[in-house]
Ligand binder design. Structure first.
Ligand code: ZN
Length: 332
């Protein structure tokens, strides 16, 4: 039956009717808040708040000392946010990125501190070398400066184990080396961490939307770019293939990153894998909204909630987002 018997507006007439037939919900329990923890305490600096150094390209996001990090984690937990995702800024870097698997490294210390202060809050650790290597690439380099996939696997797996040993609830490899999920699973199991899940950055694209993050994490490659390991934004079928390979290697959850321009792939990966899918609403997506809102071009609250809803509608079970605290407050 069509118009006039059928009228789509009938079920939109009141807030009650719209609520009754709403297909998608967003709640704080689905959010992961990414946090930047720095080994060198920034003092009061420009923020005037102890242990916090503002990130110019990401208004509202700070680099945090260990103490400020714990306070931030407590705040997130109180808002009903399920998890934080940790990115470490070490005091020193080297060729291999050895700070990544140091038992006393910045992320390891941060993980222990959070698990002690807020045990119910899940700690997800980003597993990669780029924040720890002097050259800023995600793996070890050959003599010709190309990234050596197979030589990197052992270091990535070692890093994941050190995070698990520090108490990480989930490890999330973001390096995009081939075979890293399998290598991590094997190493975790061998060390007795059979119950530590792997959230794989399965379809991670070489994206312009990462710009602000690179300033935040000081992880811009010293030369070249990451296009020899991160994916070409033009490729959708390849994203599904990457995700299926990660499933084969033992991933428990898969991720699509960035999120906003990749809704088609969130859906495709969800359909193909049947695994929980995380969408990473990245720094550039955050910065665009913040800049437009600051200029008075957009209503920040309405825009953010619409974006988060659209990611859920596309198929994301979990959303990693810098808007997590604001959104959790708005949803209360
Ligand atoms: Zn990396």
């Amino acid at each position: 039956m069509a118009f006039p018997q059928t009228r789509m507006r009938r079920l939109r007439a009141t807030a009650g009717l719209r609520g009754l037939v709403r297909e998608t919900d967003v709640r704080a329990g689905q959010f992961v808040l990414p946090l930047f923890v720095t080994e060198t305490d920034p003092g009061e600096g420009a923020s005037g708040r102890a242990g916090r150094e503002p990130i110019a390209t990401m208004p509202g996001v700070d680099r945090l000392s260990l103490t400020a990090l714990v306070a931030e984690a407590q705040e997130a937990a109180a808002l009903g946010i399920s998890a934080v995702m940790l990115f470490g800024l070490p005091a020193e870097k080297d060729e291999q990125g050895s700070g990544a698997w140091d038992a006393e490294g910045v992320v390891q210390l941060a993980t222990r501190a959070i698990k002690q202060a807020v045990p119910e809050l899940l700690v997800i650790t980003d597993v990669c070398l780029c924040e720890y290597t002097s050259h800023g690439h995600c793996g070890v380099l050959r003599e010709d400066s190309s990234v050596d996939n197979d030589a990197t696997l052992e270091l990535i797996a070692q890093t994941a184990v050190s995070h698990a040993r520090a108490g990480a609830d989930i490890v999330a490899p973001s390096d995009m080396m081939d075979g890293r999920v399998g290598a991590i699973r094997e190493e975790l199991d061998g060390e007795g961490f059979t119950d530590t899940p792997i959230l794989a950055y399965s379809a991670k694209f070489a994206s312009a939307f990462y710009g602000p993050f690179r300033e935040a994490a000081d992880s811009t490659p010293a030369f070249g770019d990451r296009r020899s390991y991160q994916m070409d934004p033009a490729n959708g079928r390849e994203a599904v293939r990457e995700a299926l390979l990660d499933v084969q290697e033992g991933a428990d959850m898969v991720m699509v990153k960035p999120a906003l321009a990749y809704g088609d792939l969130i859906s495709a990966v969800k359909r193909a894998t049947h695994l929980p899918v995380a969408a990473y609403n990245v720094s550039g997506e955050y910065a665009m909204v913040k800049a437009a809102a600051a200029a008075g071009y957009l209503d920040e609250r309405a825009t953010v909630l619409e974006i988060l809803t659209s990611l859920r509608r596309a198929g994301a079970d979990t959303i990693i987002t810098y808007h997590a605290k604001d959104a959790a407050q708005w949803l209360q």
